[in-house]
Design a protein around this ligand. Structure first.
Ligand code: USQ
Length: 402
């Protein structure tokens, strides 16, 4: 099978490429290195060092020969998006090439504009390119559980049945996103669903929870490690707590700490995506899956990391910080996640084991985390934005040549 990975250089993209190659699939990757550049822009770096892309691809080519190829480019350039799909003619396209950070999108107007133009326009270019050059290929689009927000209702998978004024219907589950980033994913979902209806494309929209971890079955030696962000803007909560525990920085619980989210180990994230690649929906079908393993509250996660870190003799302590975000700090949360299980997904990682491994991996890079410890608590204030980072130049629009 031919698999195109958009965003191959990122945390999940790299891990997925390793998995897909190990399964014998042909992989083509693209990336514009925006993750490397944005993390540098805010003054941080990956705790685990990663090689330049040429070296990363060389390592893969030594093992997998011509089954791996890579092209640098930006999906907002519609000619690039079109050419790559025209030439590679993928069976499956996994779209991970978006600005993934909610806090980044909340810095100021220029970062909001960048996030939404990059994500929404890039996805539209992918949709047009699929229609023009590979209309039967399966688009696996990374959305987020955050599209649903935290409603006072159980969350179904994408759609819900309603009865309104005597008539029954199935409608999209309401979206209550909580950041400009999360709204960009909602806009993508609407556009992908419409393209399936309009052109008969097939797509799976993944509502993924928060991913954590440093390892997959293929990440075994330093040349194969994936990036690991721990700063306030690109680091996600469990990963940050682990990095904080390693340097004796207080674990940063925001507000009351009652925020509940769905979580998934990196290994299980690539497992789910590989299952979806193997099981495409029908032509014209827009399928939504909720992709997470377990739900946790962020204060419980801090206790969990502290307990495991204590056993290693680390100096982990928890501190509550004024919440920089605009979000409910205590709320009802119960989300379905049955579709992937029906397709064969079984979680393979226990969170405590993953935290244990993560702490060991991060202890090897303690000096890199310590060097950027100021990045732990810059805390972008969501209501006001923040002036600490200079304005970002928004991508110019590049329209098709023909
Ligand atoms: N939080 C803390 N302390 C921290 C960091 C975060 O208490 O040091 C809290 C936040 O206030 C929030 C929760 O932890 O309530 C999750 O925050 P996060 O930064 O781990 O995750 P989030 O901003 O929601 O975004 C991440 C990924 C995003 C993905 C999303 C899935 O960056 O790409 O879409 O997780 S979900 O959360 O299900 O929407």
């Amino acid at each position: 099978m031919k698999v195109l990975i958009l965003g191959l250089d990122g945390y999940i993209g790299w891990s997925l490429a390793l998995r897909q190659l190990s399964l014998g699939n042909e992989v083509c990757g693209i990336d514009n290195f925006s993750r490397r550049k944005s993390v540098e822009e805010i003054g941080s770096w990956s705790a685990i060092p990663i090689l330049p892309i040429e070296k990363r691809i060389n390592i893969l080519q030594k093992e997998h020969g011509e089954k791996i190829s890579f092209h640098a480019g930006d999906l907002v350039d519609s000619n690039f998006a079109s050419d790559i799909i025209k030439k590679f003619k993928p069976d499956a396209i996994v779209h991970l090439a978006e600005q993934p950070s909610a806090p980044y999108s909340m810095i100021d107007q220029s970062h909001t504009l960048y996030t939404q133009s990059n994500n929404v326009l890039g996805t539209l270019n992918v949709l047009f390119a699929i229609r023009n050059h590979a209309p039967k290929s399966h688009l696996i689009k990374l959305g987020t559980m955050g599209e649903y927000g935290t409603p006072d209702l159980e969350i179904s998978e994408g759609f819900m049945e309603v009865e309104f004024r005597g008539k029954k219907a199935t409608i999209p589950y309401p979206r209550f996103a909580g950041s400009w980033y999360h709204w960009s994913k909602v806009h993508d979902s609407n556009n992908v669903a419409f393209a399936c209806k309009l052109w008969g494309l097939r797509s799976t929209d993944i509502m993924q929870g928060v991913v954590y971890g440093t390892r997959t079955d293929q990440i075994t030696d330093p040349g194969k490690h994936t990036r690991f962000d721990f700063d306030e803007i690109f680091g996600t909560v469990i990963n940050r707590y682990c990095a904080q525990a390693v340097i004796g920085h207080p674990l940063t619980v925001y507000g009351k700490g009652g925020q509940t989210r769905g979580f998934l180990a990196l290994e299980d994230s690539v497992q789910c995506m590989s299952i979806l690649i193997e099981n495409p929906p029908n032509e014209g079908e827009y399928r939504v899956v909720n992709q997470f393993d377990q739900q946790y509250q962020v204060s419980d996660l801090a206790e969990r990391v502290k307990r495991i870190a204590d056993k290693k003799g680390l100096d982990a302590h928890i501190q509550r910080f004024e919440n920089p975000r605009v979000e409910k700090e205590e709320h009802y949360y119960k989300a379905d996640h049955e579709q992937l299980k029906k397709l064969g997904f079984k979680a393979t990682r226990h969170i405590d084991d993953e935290i244990n491994i993560m702490l060991d991996d991060l202890m090897m890079h303690e000096d890199r985390i310590r060097a950027k410890k100021d990045q732990m608590t810059k805390l972008v204030k969501w209501r006001d934005g923040s002036a600490m980072i200079k304005q970002r130049v928004v991508n110019p629009l590049i329209l098709p040549a023909d």
